[in-house]
Design a protein around this ligand. Structure first.
Ligand code: G6P
Length: 361
């Protein structure tokens, strides 16, 4: 039943647990592990694309950041821009820029405003959206549906995973079409790990330690989430989820930025959640700087990651293609936010002051 809470206490928890199925639907027919190919059904001619702008708000902006990182890795110049900050002078729009509006609802005023400005310029536009026939879907040149199914909880969960999955496919599709000269990003492994992602999410859901851990870190002063590259978008999304539903102060930023300001706030009452999903040891150094100041460190990483020496607690993710490892880390952080918020007795599905879709600029 798509409309009820089923066995779950909240829609948010149901939607977190729906991800194996919703991701399956997102990916259906779009990748073929047998041939190792991605088959994204886009009719728009993208062969002349020389750069990409991805625009969104809130969680969708974090998915846009994730997509931009991936495109840059394939040598397709890309930028994620907050829709509320968008005007034609913010980005270097050329005739061959592809503009991608990332919006779950397809109705967010800031995102529609950016889309409309760009439509006036006559560049190609796509809407990566969940809602069929939404305004963004109709006004963009072409909708690319994420097929996550209805999302009722105000805090977006399954739609982030599906947006990131679609943007992953799109980045590989584009890099292939525009022949960026850079080999697709470890494509065989990407395709086989993506095909297994729904099962991998299920295993994380079944074995997660987030519920126990949530109880350990109540009553703190602030919560910091750090990560690099794709892990930075996951850290930002983790912090957004956390503040939306727990009402606690949370910030997510690039690991390396910790030392440029936030470190002044670090004490033994500011846990640091370190998303260690790349091979680099820089986040380890950054986390250790916080640990020296007394901060508890929670590592979200594969078991053998070198941050484990410095970590007080661990949320496990398997070592997969970075896209998948990061999306699995995000699932762990969704659960963490959810269980902290239930411990605090918050209004999980309808947090105060927030709306599912914001139709004013
Ligand atoms: C609101 C919601 C967020 C969402 C954002 C963008 O702020 O509370 O959860 O991420 O809008 O919504 P969209 O529908 O454009 O993805």
């Amino acid at each position: 039943d798509e409309t009820g809470k089923g066995q779950f206490d909240h829609f948010m928890l149901k939607e977190i647990h729906t991800q194996p199925t919703s991701l399956q639907k997102t990916l259906e027919g779009r990748l073929d592990p047998a041939s190792g190919e991605i088959e994204l059904d886009i009719e728009t001619d993208l062969s002349e694309v020389d750069s990409v702008q991805l625009v969104g708000c809130g969680t969708s902006y974090h998915a846009a950041l994730f997509g931009a990182s991936l495109l840059n890795r394939c040598d397709v110049p890309a930028r994620a821009i907050r829709a509320s900050e968008y005007d034609l002078t913010t980005g270097s729009l050329t005739d061959n820029t592809l503009f991608i509006a990332v919006t779950q609802s397809g109705e967010t005023a800031d995102t529609l405003s950016a889309l409309r400005q760009v439509n006036e310029e006559g560049v190609e536009t796509l809407a990566v959206t969940n809602v069929v026939q939404s305004t963004a879907a109709r006004e963009a040149d072409e909708p690319v549906y994420i097929r996550a199914g209805p999302e009722i909880g105000v805090a977006a969960t399954k739609t982030f995973s599906s947006q990131a999955a679609v943007l992953t496919l799109l980045s590989q599709h584009l890099s292939d079409i525009v022949d960026s000269g850079v080999p697709a990003d470890n494509l065989d492994r990407l395709v086989s790990d993506m095909a297994d992602l729904p099962d991998a999410v299920e295993r994380v859901l079944q074995t997660s330690d987030a519920k126990r851990l949530a109880r350990e870190y109540l009553d703190m002063n602030a919560y910091f989430f750090i990560g690099r590259g794709l892990g930075c978008s996951v850290a930002k999304e983790g912090a957004l989820k956390f503040k939306e539903i727990t009402y606690e102060h949370a910030e997510g930023f690039a690991s390396g930025e910790l030392k440029h300001g936030p470190l002044a706030l670090v004490t033994d009452r500011t846990p640091v959640f370190a998303v260690c999903t790349d091979g680099s040891d820089k986040t380890v150094t950054n986390a250790k700087e916080a640990k020296t100041r007394g901060a508890p460190i929670v590592a979200i990483c594969p078991s053998d990651h070198q941050i484990m020496d410095a970590a007080d607690e661990h949320l496990y993710v398997p070592d997969r293609h970075p896209v998948c490892t990061n999306l699995l880390a995000n699932v762990q952080l969704q659960l963490l936010s959810y269980y902290c918020a239930t411990e605090l007795d918050r209004e999980i599905d309808k947090p105060r002051n927030l709306a599912k879709s914001v139709t004013v600029e």
